[in-house]
Ligand binder design. Structure first.
Ligand code: 0O2
Length: 228
């Protein structure tokens, strides 16, 4: 995931738009900044929802289902890059209607069951609309990637309006996060010799399997301990 930059300049944006039109870039930059603020607010709303669920769960069950929450705003450079890769129009309207992952919230849990409990609780809230879901835990990617991905729409309340914003929520266990962070490094190492890359991919895939078994076994042990 990209870090928020917010540092893009008119000149930079004009270059990225490949138009060189500074006046247009200046107007667009201001609108982009406002849009990014809306996404930042949406992140805050979703983070709060999870913190509230965590606190409620902790009060009832004396343990916290959430280990960590990590959030990020996609950088303007990444946004424009993604529009370009997909052959989409490079306008703010296109950003809002085509890209679902400008705002990203990643919720990291100790146990796999908690992922589904939290997802259900979130989706039951009447101001949350599920746009789409991908369950890479029940259906892992061929490389071994596991996580539950939800694209949701939720409102933010601005001084003069209520605005629906899309947020990508990724829920995973600590073990899945550990694995994904290492695998992410492989994806961005473009200069690895082919044979080495294939061997590492194979080892990572084996790690993903072992790590899934570990998650399952830890869950079973927790269930036993809770029953004692
Ligand atoms: P980054 O650098 O993490 O932001 P979409 O973006 O939803 O339109 P896609 O590719 O179908 O298109 O989305 P998907 O499969 O839901 O994956 C979105 C994000 O999940 C990725 O964002 C990663 O953060 C994570 N992800 C998906 N597959 C993998 C994987 O195989 N390995 C790892 N480490 N992470 C994965 P980005 O934008 O691709 O990357």
């Amino acid at each position: 995931m990209d870090d928020e930059t917010g540092t893009i300049t008119e000149r930079g944006l004009a270059g990225l738009l490949a138009s060189g039109d500074m006046a247009r870039a200046s107007v667009m930059l201001e609108k982009l900044r406002r849009l990014m603020t809306c996404y930042r607010c949406a992140i805050m709303e979703v983070e709060t929802k999870f913190r509230v669920l965590d606190a409620q769960f902790s009060a009832r069950h004396e343990r916290n289902p959430i280990d960590t929450i990590k959030s990020r705003l996609k950088s303007p450079e990444s946004i424009l890059g993604k529009l370009e890769r997909r052959g989409l129009e490079r306008t703010l309207e296109s950003v809002e209607s085509n890209l679902n992952d400008i705002a990203g919230v990643r919720v990291i849990c100790s146990f796999k069951d908690d992922i589904y409990t939290l997802a259900d609780c979130l989706l039951q809230q009447d101001d949350v609309r599920l746009v789409s879901a991908k369950d890479y835990i029940k259906n892992p990617k061929p490389n071994g990637y596991r996580s539950l991905h939800l694209i949701i729409e939720t409102p933010i309340f601005l001084p003069e309006e209520k605005r629906q914003m899309r947020v990508e929520v990724q829920l995973r266990t600590i073990a899945m996060e550990f694995w994904a962070n290492l695998e992410h490094k492989l994806r961005y190492k473009k200069d690895l010799p082919e044979e080495l890359a294939a061997s590492i991919a194979g080892r990572l895939s084996a790690c993903a399997e072992r790590s899934a078994l570990l998650d399952d076994e830890m869950g079973r042990i927790r269930t036993i301990l809770e029953g004692v």
